[in-house]
Design a protein around this ligand. Structure first.
Ligand code: COS
Length: 372
């Protein structure tokens, strides 16, 4: 496997690194304000970071999944909360580009990738259907040429601000084959967002519950065919998992750099700390290689679900070990906000949970092993 990035991939990664350094300056303020200004999202859009794998004719950067992974990693190193909006918006843009009609693509994708919308949202999870996504209960009933959507969604990133939300709803009987998906615009009548959740980390990114109370959409808002919704969700999450692996590694590498700088400035430290630094670097590199492999397979149009699951579970767990190790290495300073290791610990935790928990990734991997 060729480990080098191409000039185009390196260029986007460098653009993201420069923007990440700017973002890092005010990450704490955004965390305290529990908000990311729309100008930051537009800043991502202006740099081609919201449609990394989207064709140019829709306003995207057309740089592919590897460039995407590298760019998410960089942005997460500056502010992982901004990286969440980046990741979800890229995922929503990709899902509409891949499964949408020409009209749906032209209506939504340019606004998503430019940052004109304050992001897109992925409305899959429900109070009783998180890991078991196929158990979702939101219903879409046919009414003439329209669909009327009713139900509850939960844990929706940017759900209160997004310009467009992909909403999964049941149009048929129980099970995964009864699920379809729809494009619902932010501000639609009958759509209401709860208050942003008080979270452990990533506080500058809003996570909300959504209630759909008779939200009416035309049949032209249906994404792909009836009953294809679950497969669309799974395919989107395969790519999403590469994004979360990259996001977690961005935080892990940021923690590694803080620990490295600290140990370089305090050379009289214990051997255990040097060993911890070495382990951080080794595990994060291993996570990055797995992530690159999954991204390269996606880029080549080859199946990559299992590799994305491996990348996500390993990278997020390695990154969580790394951020905690950084706090240990920094000692007292690790507990101070100014050193940022504490924020990395808070922000990194959920990467083992969202877009499929570590347990779900292991289900995906072990099922594939046993079906051989
Ligand atoms: N890509 C495309 N299609 C897929 C797929 C994938 N990665 N994974 C599964 N499918 C298809 C299957 O081929 C199957 O299709 P058919 O019915 O035509 O054969 C269908 O989807 C159902 O698959 P399966 O039987 O494996 O579904 P399960 O209900 O057993 O669910 C898991 C599988 C657990 C893997 C799934 O529910 C999951 O990923 N859950 C986590 C959800 C998640 O990540 N939520 C986070 C949301 S964002 S915070």
């Amino acid at each position: 496997m060729d480990f080098d990035l191409t000039p185009s991939q390196r260029e986007l990664s460098a653009i993201a690194r420069v923007f990440a350094a700017e973002l890092a300056l005010h990450a704490r303020e955004r965390e305290e304000a529990h908000a990311t200004p729309p100008a930051v999202i537009r800043g991502l859009g202006e740099r081609g970071l919201l449609g990394v794998n989207i064709p140019k004719e829709l306003g995207g950067a057309a740089r592919g999944p590897v460039a995407y992974a590298a760019a998410v990693r960089e942005i997460a190193g500056g502010d992982a909360a901004v990286a969440v909006t980046m990741a979800v918006t890229n995922m929503v843009s990709e899902v509409i580009t891949r499964f949408g009609t020409p009209e749906q693509r032209e209506r939504y994708v340019p606004k998503l990738v430019s940052g004109e919308y304050v992001g897109g949202a992925f409305g899959l999870s429900e109070p009783q259907a998180g890991s078991d996504a196929g158990a979702l209960a939101t219903r879409a009933e046919r009414d003439g040429s329209d669909w009327v959507l009713s139900g509850q969604k939960m844990w929706i990133s940017t759900g209160d601000q997004a310009g467009v939300i992909v909403v999964w709803a049941r149009t048929g009987g129980p099970g995964t084959k009864g699920i379809s998906c729809f494009l619902v615009e932010g501000g639609a009548k009958g759509l209401a967002a709860g208050k942003p959740e008080e979270k452990m980390g990533l506080r500058a990114s809003h996570t909300v519950a959504l209630s759909l109370d008779g939200v009416r959409v035309p049949d032209s808002a249906r994404l792909s065919e009836l009953g294809h919704g679950f497969r669309i969700a799974m395919a989107a999450l395969d790519g999403g998992r590469i994004g979360i692996a990259s996001q977690s590694l961005g935080m892990g590498f940021a923690a590694l750099e803080r620990a490295r700088a600290y140990l370089a400035a305090h050379p009289s430290r214990f051997d255990e700390q040097l060993a911890a630094l070495a382990d951080m670097a080794t595990e994060l590199d291993a996570g990055w290689l797995l992530t690159l492999r999954a991204a390269r397979l996606k880029e080549a149009g080859t199946p990559f679900s299992v590799e994305a699951a491996m990348a996500k579970v390993f990278a997020s767990e390695a990154a969580n070990r790394a951020v905690r190790a950084a706090v240990r290495i920094l000692g007292e300073a690790g507990a101070l906000e100014e050193y940022e290791a504490a924020r990395l610990v808070r922000d990194c935790r959920v990467t083992q949970i969202y877009e499929g928990t570590s347990e779900i990734q292991r289900v995906v991997i072990s099922r594939a092993l046993l079906s051989k």
